[in-house]
Design a protein around this ligand. Structure first.
Ligand SMILES: Cc1ncc(C[n+]2csc(CCOP(=O)(O)OP(=O)(O)O)c2C)c(N)n1
Length: 631
């Protein structure tokens, strides 16, 4: 760590001789590896860009130049080089360094990211602000080939090429999204990659063209046409150039000297530039090189063996979804499954393997996934779109117009709903109930445990309506799994414990905690009932209203923001019926939810059973009962 220990900011990096950068890269890799093995995190993306980020920091001034990292999961090296080396070991922990760029953390973080394909739009915005305000800085987007499959990236390329503005897009091409990249663009990049002499030949071609004599305007036009057709013969597509970018590359993204030279050269060039850089995901750590998808985002692991450390426990909700959808598809050949570049994460690998002709990975294109599913459903298929709650945000309009307005029977498997943990605010599944509940024709279920998830999926396919099933990240409760499937009554909840004073109306991941709350309240002399709502929409009005009448205090519990959530739905119901009651809504507050282990985050938000029970006692002034019990 001889060199790295001296780097307290980019100013120290710039003092190094170019030849020392290779040794520094080695030290940085070791430091990233050693830290992420303990904290978990996005290892393979970061290992792949060590040289690229070193070169960017060496050439540019990241406190002034605006460098936008797409997704932002590859910024560990950037953080280490920009004054955050000492706190790097706190990565992704509660109160520690964010795993993504964060303006609040450093002036070197130009733009907060976390969701894919925004970097070119943001860099374009910075470039336009620069022109408008008469300022002088470079605007750079660093985007992966996976992120390039997202529609917003194309929207921004389209605009930037049209404006001809000074902007550098660094395309970090490692042939991988989380898993192998998919799509026509990916094939196009492979062709460019396979043709390292492309740039040289392009230059030769241009000089030949210049030598062709032009006589009169019609001849000029003919020559231009000839140029175009010959260009296309040489280079299939010329996609970026046709969009108005100067294409440079492909260059070796692990050769720091070459990177620095090319980046320096771009300073003197005008207009939008696309620099195509080839890297290897997981570079320098054999287990990550061999399994870049496993090490894309990884938990703590054994550095020597590359073995991911796993504590034994019940199956995960994702695992249950995975098994169930395969089983259901066996009995219904109309079922098709769609993933947006998250086949493994959402549990669709098994389905993809078993039913390759019924599986579609659209790339990082949630909007495309949902609209496509809508049309498939309208033609009689039964698509399930499996997305993380946070990424479903991207396809809100498609859920409204393409799915619900047309009543297309699409099943949304909304994974990672609620608190997700170390990825922090950009990845919490905090909003899905709120942004789905108000869409006419949408139904929403949330299972209390993994067994109920199975029955909910089964039930969803028995109904020809749009339906979202939201379930949390991580392991189930550990309940016994039955062999068959059971149709759950549509729009009906269940009473799972009876009492007198307090009614605990819980949904999804809050049902078991509600039972724990009940136990704590009972110990305090407060009797309560627990209802598992099962459906957020349609709400089981009959059950809720009859239960409300029997209790003096009503509490709703959910892992969703309170605004527009399940509790809101209950309050709306009571208001519509003119019922005035003592109520308390428990859920996520009106703020972005911080990173940290889920239990720690819940503790901070007052969402552990003990804290919730305390809140209930305090809110309804039930201390008297507690005291009586004690006496
Ligand atoms: C809108 C959205 N959908 C899905 C994801 C999940 N995700 C994070 S990184 C990633 C792959 C990115 O691939 P690439 O841009 O090539 O970067 P690499 O990890 O290969 O460096 C995906 C799908 C996301 N961050 N944002």
């Amino acid at each position: 760590m001889g060199l790295l220990n001296k780097i307290n900011g980019p100013q120290d990096l710039k003092k190094l001789k170019r030849k020392d950068l290779t040794s520094l890269a080695k030290e940085i890799r070791a430091f990233v590896l050693e830290t992420v093995a303990r904290t978990g995190g996005h290892l393979a993306p970061s290992l792949g860009v060590v040289e690229l980020i070193l070169a960017l920091e060496y050439v540019f001034d990241s406190s002034r130049d605006r460098i936008v990292y797409d997704v932002g999961h590859q910024t560990y090296v950037h953080k280490i080089l920009t004054g955050r080396r000492d706190i790097f070991p706190t990565l992704r922990q509660y109160g520690g360094l964010s795993g993504f760029p964060k303006r609040e953390e450093s002036v070197h973080d130009a733009f907060n990211t976390g969701h894919s394909s925004t970097s070119i739009s943001a860099a374009l915005g910075f470039a336009l602000a620069r022109e408008r305000l008469g300022e002088d800085y470079r605007s750079v987007a660093v985007i992966g080939d996976g992120a390039m499959t997202g529609g917003e990236a194309f929207e921004a390329l389209n605009q930037a090429g049209h404006l001809g503005i000074n902007l550098l897009v660094v395309l970090n091409d490692n042939e991988m999204s989380i898993a192998h990249n998919v799509g026509a663009l990916s094939s196009y990049l492979s062709r460019l990659r396979a043709d390292p002499f492309y740039t040289k030949r392009k230059k030769e071609l241009e000089s030949i063209m210049k030598r062709i004599p032009s006589i009169g305007p019609s001849m000029v036009n003919a020559v231009e046409r000839l140029k175009d057709s010959v260009k296309h013969l040489f280079v299939p597509g010329m996609l970026f150039e046709e969009l108005g970018f100067t294409y440079l590359g492909p260059i070796n993204g692990h050769n720091i000297q070459e990177l620095i030279e090319v980046l320096n050269k771009t300073s003197g060039m005008q207009g939008p530039i696309l620099l195509h850089v080839l890297t290897q995901k997981g570079k320098g750590y054999p287990p990550a090189e061999q399994n870049p998808d496993v090490f894309h985002g990884v938990g703590a692991f054994n550095l020597q063996t590359g073995q991911v450390l796993k504590t034994p426990g019940p199956p995960t909700y994702t695992g249950i979804f995975s098994d169930t959808i395969v089983e259901l598809a066996a009995g219904n050949n109309k079922i098709v499954a769609i993933s947006a570049a998250m086949t493994g994460g959402t549990g669709l690998s098994q389905f993809a393997k078993k039913y390759p002709e019924r599986f579609f990975d659209v790339g990082i294109a949630e909007q495309n996934a949902v609209t496509m599913a809508a049309a498939m459903a309208l033609q009689g298929l039964r698509p399930v779109v499996a997305l993380y709650s946070t990424f479903l945000q991207r396809a809100y309009d498609q859920a409204v117009l393409d799915v619900c307005l047309q009543q297309a029977p699409v099943v949304f498997a909304v994974d990672r709903s609620g608190i997700v943990g170390e990825d922090g605010p950009t990845h919490q599944g905090a909003f899905d109930i709120s942004f789905l509940r108000h869409i006419p024709g949408m139904s929403i279920m949330a299972p209390k445990d993994e067994e109920e998830l199975r029955h909910m999926l089964y039930t969803a396919f028995l109904h020809s309506v749009p339906v979202a099933i939201r379930y949390p990240r991580g392991r189930g409760i550990g309940v016994e799994l039955t062999a068959g499937y059971q149709e759950l009554p549509w729009g009906k909840g269940e009473v799972i414990a009876r009492g007198k004073d307090v009614l605990l109306l819980a949904v999804g991941a809050m049902v078991y905690p509600a039972l724990s709350v009940r136990k704590i309240l009972e110990d305090c002399g407060v009797s309560s009932s627990v209802v598992n709502a099962r459906f957020v929409k349609p709400l089981d009005e009959e059950l809720i209203l009859s239960a409300v009448r029997k209790h003096s205090c009503i509490v709703t519990l959910e892992e969703n923001v309170l605004a527009g959530g399940f509790g809101s739905a209950v309050l709306e119901l009571l208001a519509a019926r003119g019922i005035v009651h003592k109520t308390l809504n428990i859920g996520l507050p009106d703020q972005f939810i911080i990173q940290g282990k889920p239990d720690t985050v819940k503790e901070t938000l007052g969402l552990t059973p003990a804290k919730m029970a305390e809140k209930i006692v305090f809110h309804f002034c039930l201390e008297g009962k507690a005291k009586n019990k004690a006496n």
